[in-house]
Design a protein around this ligand. Sequence first.
Ligand SMILES: [Ca+2]
Ligand SMILES: [Ca+2]
Length: 201
Amino acid sequence: MTSIALTLCLCVAIFTPQCMGGRRNNVISYIMNHVDELQQRQDAVTPSFGPICEGRNYQIYLDPLNWSAAKLKCEINGGMLAKIRSQDIHVAIVDYIKEAKLTSTIVNDAGKGLWIGLGDKDEEGRYMWVDGEELDLNECSQYQGWAADEPNNNDKKDDNGQDCVQLWKMRQFDWDDGYCNDSKGYICEYAACDPSCVACL
Ligand SMILES: [Ca+2]
Ligand SMILES: [Ca+2]
């Protein structure tokens, strides 16, 4: 092989997609090995509902994740863990859960719930939405859908207490601070460019 041919060969080897083969094959291998799991996760996704206000679109997911993983999943999907801005939105989401009869044990077993984008992980008692807005527990002008006696930062199961907020089945899907490492379903929120969203709730 001439030096020119050798150089050409090396260039082709470097710049053709084959150079990415190892990484690509790893991705393909991962997908092939997890296709059933991925399909199950897809099947677990309920249809999205909305937009219900301000052009937002909320979607419920039933593949159980801890709070941080759920937050990341929403962000990977191009949205964020849901921010419940008003009672109307809260009611609309709860009505959807009930009307859609989400029979999954992820939602309906005792103690279950759905993560939303609120918590006090960084500073106990200082609740922050995932978009950076603080929810002042003493501020009546901000909608707050807490269940009675919540948030209580219960530390029976974890000395760190409870820092992540769920819509809790046990309390008719009112807000409750739960243990962040528990695996639950979750609600993502997306911007929705839908002209039908003219009558905000
Ligand atoms: Ca807490
Ligand atoms: Ca609690």
